[in-house]
Design a protein around this ligand. Sequence first.
Ligand code: SF4
Ligand code: SF4
Length: 472
Amino acid sequence: MYNPKSLKAEEFIDHQEILDTLAYADANKDNVQLIDAILARAALRKGLSHREASVLLACEIPEKIEQLYALAEQIKKDFYGSRIVMFAPLYLSNYCVNGCVYCPYHAKNKHIARKKLSQEDIVREVTALQDMGHKRLALETGEDPVNCPIEYVLESIKTIYGIKHKNGAIRRVNVNIAATTVENYRKLKEAGIGTYILFQETYHKESYEKLHPTGPKHNYSYHTEAMDRAMEGGIDDVGLGVLFGLELYRYELAGLLMHAEHLEAVHGVGPHTISVPRIKHADDIDPSAFDNGIDDDTFAKITACIRVAVPYTGMIISTRESKAVRERLLHLGISQISGASRTSVGGYAEPEPEDERSEQFDVSDNRTLDEVVNWLMRMGYVPSFCTACYREGRTGDRFMSLCKSGQIQNCCQPNALMTLKEYLEDYASADTRAVGEALIQSELAHIPSEKVRAIVTERLAKIEQGQRDFRF
Ligand code: SF4
Ligand code: SF4
């Protein structure tokens, strides 16, 4: 029985409710009157239900899809301005006891190199990331209680926060590790993590069980209820995601939005971020072996639907996607991207030897961080290295209420400019620096408050003189 307030996975992600939603969407995909009403509701910027968003996703009327895209772009601008938050993944360990059929780290893969970073390795890797200019990391590990216990993850987080190289610092560590206990989530919270990220992979229980034939991840309920345990453990920023290509994308969108509605209904705060990865080629993984792959147009439509359905939720796209795809999706709702990523265990400080490769998947965007920053700025975006909210205690419902009232804008824009300025001073090439300086000057004019503008101007000058880490 569908119940968004239930703590049971099969009740808040109710299979029959998803089937009914898809039938409703099919029945109404040409219902122009209803589609117009849904678009009008989305324009109020208060979000949409999973049923409403599913109708938009099913609709194939070109004119309505164009309206959806225009609205997604406008909502993106209203909530995020031209800012794009930058981050990098850091793989700590690829030991894994699970059998996920789409991931080369599955336990039966005996030929991929298995690695785990020592604390000394972490210092080297993080120093290299700091030297590129990164301030925000997403930690990734496989699931292995022996080779990668929670104590190791906690120690690694402590190490990372402690590394200060030149003007570098990692100011926010987000964590993407396997579903775990309330007690472990509490420990992660105490270690000072930003967002806890866990991809659902697929919301379709039967497929989920087939795709995860062995290991603790096989347990659909334990995995799906992880965010509730994380929140019980005190983590109030959680990141959802599905791996598009595993199941029918329309099923996944409905499930994803039902999960967001569940978190809002139970905890009073929806997901902090949503990631939209697609299956990619990897060591022993062939994406064409999965029937439900989606093309770039469908991917764009999904992104736009998520953007209008949950306007306050950040959306993340990784270097799995090409420059061209990333460029298209930035318009439609993406607010965070990774740059210069390595999806191997190690590889930032020095490239992995050919015979010891450990990537989780192929990267389609191989540019340096400087190239990505330059590219973003030339398109008019402001790359932001801001991590202020978490450090100022603006998380969970406090963060969401600032988002919903629009007040967060008073922080984001100044913080973006100041952190970009730091980047330009410390890490950028001459060309990137020139483009960035001009951008900062033109963006300064968009800060509405004269007082804030004056403070930012003063702080920008102080950054030039060597001071760092200003924030609103
Ligand atoms: S997806 Fe995660 S849990 Fe599954 S095999 Fe890969 S690393 Fe292990
Ligand atoms: S001020 Fe907060 S919401 Fe805005 S970019 Fe910084 S961390 Fe994100």
